[in-house]
Structure formats: structure tokens, C-alpha cells
Ligand binder design. Sequence first.
Ligand code: AP5
Length: 199
Amino acid sequence: YTIIYFMFNLILFGPPGSGKGTQSANLLQKYNLQHISTGDLLRDEVARKTPLGVEAKKFMDQGMLVPDEVVIGMISTKIDENPHVRGFIFDGFPRTKQQAIALDKLLEFKNTPISLVLALEVPDEELTKRILHRAETSGRADDTEEVVKKRVEEYRAKTEIVASHYDAQGKVERINGLGTVEEIFAALSAEIDKVILPE
Ligand code: AP5
């Protein structure tokens, strides 16, 4: 008989401050998935002052999206570096329609498409409140009131439509992102459990 090995690829989608990073940390443990956060990858490049990091910082400090080709290149490398994983959690990517198309192509090539998109829904006032609270300890240059406003604007203008891209594939579940971290984790897990078992 044949053993069918299928990968589970999740996009955790939502505006800045909606809880993508927080929830990814818990989900990757429960489901044994590899976390890929373009924000973390970019901040690492910035900290090491690589040419990519120096260029990206100009956009990040203003709350603007880094150019598509830069992040698509990073994602492609990261996927190739992890050939034997059960699946990926994409956090903060894709953020434009072009990025979504590029990701679909990369995964199609590996015959492991996106399985599910979980979209966290949180109102703008709450996003600002959470991020400004985090600013007290995060040290992130983009956690200021002015930059947060721009990040949310970028999300509404360029990123929100990525959900429609995956709606057309019937893959999006919308989750209320208001509540305790535990409540939201339970709601996300319930959707994942319809597709795979914990490992
Ligand atoms: P990125 O690092 O992706 O940041 P972001 O999307 O702005 O998201 P955050 O990290 O702020 O929020 P989150 O949703 O992860 O929430 P978190 O769990 O931290 O991007 C940064 C920049 O990099 C971008 O502006 C852009 O320049 C660039 N970039 C990155 N990816 C890119 C791409 N693909 N293309 C182009 N450019 C890209 O939670 C936030 C806070 O709320 C925390 O303090 C947390 O403790 C708290 N919190 C979490 N859950 C709850 C809850 N349920 N109730 C109360 N508080 C909560």
C-alpha cells in the first residue's frame, strides 16, 4: 500500500496587533509546524545590518510594506531550508496579492498547497491599544502611534484583499480576535482540528 504524506500549510492572517505572533507560538507547538514570520526574518536582517536589512529598515520604520521581491525571495529560501517539516505557519505573509500568487506558485511546485487561512478579526481601536501597550517593552521602532496608524492603513489598502484571493479557493475561516489569548487559541485549534490531528 502507499503511505500518503500530506503537509499542512496554514496562513495566520490579520492586521498588525491582531495576535498572529502570539498565537503562532502556541500553534506551532501543538501541531508541530514550522513558523515563518516575515516580520521576524526582516528584523533579524535589520539587526545584523545586512544590505537587505538596511534597505528594508527604511520601509519598516515608516510602517510601509517592504517591496514584494524582497520578501518573496526570503520566503522561498526559508521554504527550501525546511524540506522535511509537517507544514508551515505563515505569519505576516502573504501581505499583497502578488505575494499570494508567488506563494501559491512556490507551494504548487512542491505539491503542498495552502490548506487553511485563519483570519483574525480585530477592530482598529483595539489594534492601536495593544501595540502602544507593547511599545512600552518591545523596543520596536515601528510601535509608535504615528507608525501604527500607517501600518493599519497599509493593511486595509493592500493586505485585506489577500483574504478574497483565498476566499475564491474556499480556504478562509474568519475568527473573532477579541477575547483572551486562550479563547482565541481554542477557536483557531477547533478549525485546524477539522483538517488535521494534533501531533
Ligand atoms: P510584522 O512583524 O509582521 O508586524 P505586524 O503585522 O505589524 O504584526 P505585529 O507583530 O505587530 O502583530 P501580531 O499580529 O503578530 O500580534 P502580536 O501577537 O504581536 O511586520 C512588521 C513590518 O515588517 C511591516 O510593517 C512591514 O514593513 C514589514 N513586513 C513584514 N512582513 C512583510 C511582508 N510580507 N511584506 C512586506 N513587508 C513586510 O500581538 C500584539 C500585542 O497584543 C502583543 O503585545 C500581545 O501580547 C498582545 N495580544 C495578543 N493577543 C491578545 C489578546 N487576545 N488580547 C489582548 N492582547 C493581546
